[in-house]
Ligand binder design. Structure first.
Ligand code: NDP
Length: 316
């Protein structure tokens, strides 16, 4: 049996910031940085290009570099990082137990959950068929592949991610079709302007994908107009889904209370969950802001609250 005063699950900005603070508080945190479940270690910034809104980097910083820096900082401060998922937890008794994907069982006095959220995908059989054969959820990871060069490409969604992906793909594709199910964007005004004024981005309002088309590889989209019901086919060679995220809470198996959107419910003004000694930070408990910097901030809060809780100073 392995023992930890504080276990942190997740290695995005929330988990790594929690690890930095907890290590500096002499809690010797053990951080499970994940392996397969919920995406690559490092969280969603690993699949982001230039991050322009994280304070301290006036020229912006590459997402992978930012996460590599945070990881190095957490280790240098004294956190132990384990490259495994946590598959199951038992929060019914103390110490809590966590079982990793490698089969190791850990006892932990306190736990911070910072497992983030995963990109949503359309629930169509044809989506599964062409996944990796022209469909992706990450333009920054896959957009530069030869199959997409100088081809017509599509992005699905109307949020900041969709526009960011479309903008990125203009470096590779001949035209980028931005397909949105409504007649106005959810994205911030500055991003909307970027999409609407870009000569290579063509916006298709009120359209949803009925079917992904092709033989071996994706070659088109069958679209339905949400207002008129009209069906049309759009020939494209690549499609990037940017339709939001689902919080990574499956491994909790119902042991932590969630809100109506499926995010972990924390007490108002706190990172405490409904289980005394279990805290949550970052996108897994934040459907509203979902920013790297706010995730890092809540990771700091969770570490400070876990430290106080372990010291017997507060009870959630
Ligand atoms: P959002 O939830 O903001 O947007 C998801 C988009 O996908 C919406 O336009 C939604 O449509 C659409 N959508 C959802 N489900 C479906 C479906 N089944 N079929 C078709 N369309 C669908 O997610 P994002 O990932 O864009 O952004 C998440 C957060 O991250 C936001 O707070 C955003 O501001 C932030 N962000 C910030 C960036 C930056 O500052 N540079 C970059 C990227 C993200 P509808 O609008 O109709 O609901």
């Amino acid at each position: 049996m392995n023992n930890a005063k504080l276990a942190i699950i997740g290695s995005g900005p929330a988990g790594l910031t929690a690890a930095i603070y907890a290590a500096r508080a002499n809690l010797s945190p053990v951080l499970f940085e994940g392996f397969m479940s919920g995406g690559m270690p490092g969280g969603q910034l690993i699949t982001t290009g230039l991050v322009e809104n994280f304070p301290g980097f006036p020229e912006g910083i590459d997402g992978q570099q930012l996460m590599a820096n945070m990881r190095e900082q957490a280790e240098r401060c004294g956190a132990t990082l384990i490259t495994e998922d946590i598959d199951t937890v038992d929060f019914s008794q103390k110490p809590f137990t966590l079982t990793s994907s490698g089969g190791d069982v850990w006892n932990a006095d306190a736990v911070i959950i910072a497992t983030g959220a995963t990109a949503r995908r359309l629930p169509l059989d044809s989506e599964k068929k062409f996944w990796g054969r022209g469909i992706s959820a990450c333009a920054v990871c896959d957009g530069g592949l030869p199959i997409f060069r100088n081809k017509e490409l599509a992005v699905l969604g109307g949020g900041d991610s969709a526009i960011e992906e479309a903008d990125h793909l203009t470096h590779f594709g001949s035209v980028v079709h931005l397909i949105h199910r409504r007649d106005s964007f959810r994205a911030s005004k500055i991003m909307q302007k970027r999409a609407l004024e870009h000569p290579k981005i063509k916006v298709h309002w009120n359209k949803i994908v009925e079917e992904f088309l092709g033989d071996e590889n994706l070659s088109g989209l069958r679209l339905k107009d949400t207002v008129t019901g009209a069906i049309s086919d759009l020939p494209i060679s690549g499609c990037f889904e940017a339709i939001g995220h689902t919080p990574n809470v499956g491994f909790l198996n119902g042991q932590i209370a969630l809100d109506e959107l499926g995010y972990i419910k924390t007490l108002s003004g706190s990172t405490a969950t409904n289980v005394d000694g279990v805290f949550a930070a970052g996108d897994v408990q934040d459907a509203k802001y979902r920013q790297a910097v706010s995730a890092a901030g809540s990771g700091c809060h969770a570490a400070l609250e876990a430290e106080r809780w372990l010291g017997g100073l507060i009870h959630a």
